[in-house]
Design a protein around this ligand. Sequence first.
Ligand code: UD1
Ligand code: MG
Length: 397
Amino acid sequence: TLDIDAADKRFILGNLAFSSVGFLLTVWLIPVAVPYMLRKGMFGMDINKRGSPGGDIKVPESQGLVAGIVFLVCTIIFQHFYFSADSPWLVEYNAALASICFMIFLGFIDDVLDIPWRVKLLLPTVAALPLLMAYAGGTSIVVPKPLRWLFKPYAGGDHFEIGPYAVPVPEALRPYLAPYLSSYVIELGWLYKLYMGLLAVFCTNSINIHAGVNGLEAGQTVIIAASILTYNISVLGGIGVGWPLAAEKREAQLFCLYLMQPFLAVTMGVLSYNWYPSTVFVGDTFTYFAGMTFAVVGILGHFSEMLLLFFIPQILNFLYSCPQLFKIVPCPRHRLPKFDPETGLLTGSNDLNLVNLFLRIFGPLTEQQLCIRLLVFQGFCSVAAFTIRHLLTGVYK
Ligand code: UD1
Ligand code: MG
């Protein structure tokens, strides 16, 4: 049983209907968009098939644009039915859509102009601005129980405790520090907004660099989106949280559900063309759109720690990539495996990412086998995320 009433149920089903239409529209519109993309030279070479018979074909790029537009149309029209003018969520819903829309726009610009890496990194902070500026929700975090020994509340005294150490607080700083350290609820203020901006940068770029194999960009996105939906439903079902839910928590889950259902639908639409052998590429338009949508629901739904658990493969890939990202080791434009035209298999290159690591572990694979293994790992990490959550239940209480 879920903590929802009959009206919620109607909206969930209505949203599901919108999402199904969104899926069909995406599937219908991609072939319509493709010739226009090709006409303007918006295509990429399928690198992992170079040298194979029929492998050197031009694959239309940036089809995330279609998914993004369909998603926005669905969510904007849904708003008309769902929100009343005085709904407290309306402003945040619109801010969320504005940030996602801005991100799609900047992602498409990146596909067209091939923006240098350093500048690319900043695009999501710009796109997140509508959300950051409109955000009026809580900006505090609760120190989880297992970490509390590290950090005893500073009750306005002359010191605070970090583990066994008493750290003196200079007189002049006391009035400033007191509000931050007076309980296990830490008020972060503008630092929280900084955190939101960084989350947007991380989610977008980490999906974008875990890529380059047919079906991987859209595939990982489908798994993360499905995991978030499962999480929202489990919370509505009262799993791991007090029952009945606080109204705000309940609304937050529904809010995410209404964004994640259409998002999952349009992503599956793209995946149906992007799956091996890809007839379209998703482009940075899509990876940025996906990352920003995840960041937005994680922030507004107040489950960014759970979101980061669903991003374990992306976090590992990012950490492993750091030497190349920070140019300690040379970083080529594409960090993709080597294709052997004799066997038709991919072998790992020296580039430092999960794609190549998997090939080194599992040996030469076809592109499809490689993608499936990476996606199974993604799914496995989601299961691990739910397990961790289950084990830690109650740590914030
Ligand atoms: C990121 C990665 C890069 C990887 C690329 C693949 C980093 C720092 N950057 O760059 O190493 O090569 O994504 O998307 O890790 N492509 C394929 N097969 C696919 C998908 C893409 O061959 O299944 C190729 C196509 O030529 C396509 C191009 O990758 O045109 C798209 O690359 P783009 O998304 O622009 O690369 P980046 O995101 O900058
Ligand atoms: Mg990319």
